[in-house]
Design a protein around this ligand. Structure first.
Ligand code: K1U
Ligand code: ZN
Length: 171
């Protein structure tokens, strides 16, 4: 298993729309294992393939504290979206540990495939529902900061650019 590099905003590749998975082979299983390894290493609760610059409809999620609720979500489709909730979200692809409140559905049902190609449904509430929506947005090239005003997003972008310049100068 390998920890992959997570690409960061404003990398334009984060805006690409991911392609469906058509081949369910050992290479896919290895990619899924690498995604879990990368997510746990970065202390995340989810990771979408485009975040490691792989533009395929693959997401891994584990909202547990003991790595006991692993979910592999491939080629997902929303079946139901209802209610309203929200938390201060973060993203492994957004630098500076930036957090912001995002409004989300409280209850979602999705249909998807696992790494063997088997179709199944996930019925999710609360943090799992929020995480699913955040990760499935990545597959459409949407980041949680896209829901902010352009003023807030541009302020963040300036801060990130300054931090990147500082890092380059200091090595
Ligand atoms: O997609 C990602 O970059 C992972 C992201 C998932 C996520 C966090 C929060 C709300 C929705 C989706 C993270 O794991 S960020 C770090 C984190 O562990 C976290 C942040 C807020 C609440 C709970 C966990
Ligand atoms: Zn994210």
């Amino acid at each position: 298993m390998t920890v992959r590099t997570v690409i960061k905003y404003p990398n334009p590749n984060l805006k690409l729309v991911s392609e469906p998975v058509t081949v369910f082979d050992d290479e896919l299983k290895e990619l899924v294992n690498d995604m879990f390894e990368t997510m746990y290493e970065d202390k995340g609760i989810g990771l979408a393939a485009p975040q490691i610059d792989v533009h395929k409809q693959i997401v891994v999620i584990d909202v547990s504290e003991d790595k006991s609720e692993q979910k592999v979500i491939i080629n997902p489709k929303f079946i139901l979206e209802e209610g309203e909730t929200g938390i201060e979200e973060g993203c492994l692809s957004v630098p500076l540990d930036y957090r912001a409140y995002v409004k989300r559905y409280e209850h979602v049902i999705i249909e998807c495939q696992n790494e063997k190609g088997e179709t199944y449904q996930i019925d999710a509430n609360d943090l799992l529902a929020i995480c699913i929506q955040h990760e499935l947005d990545h597959l459409k090239g949407i980041l949680f900061i896209d829901y902010l005003s352009s003023l807030k997003r541009n302020l963040l972008l300036e801060k990130i650019k300054k931090a990147n310049k500082r890092e380059k100068r200091n090595g």
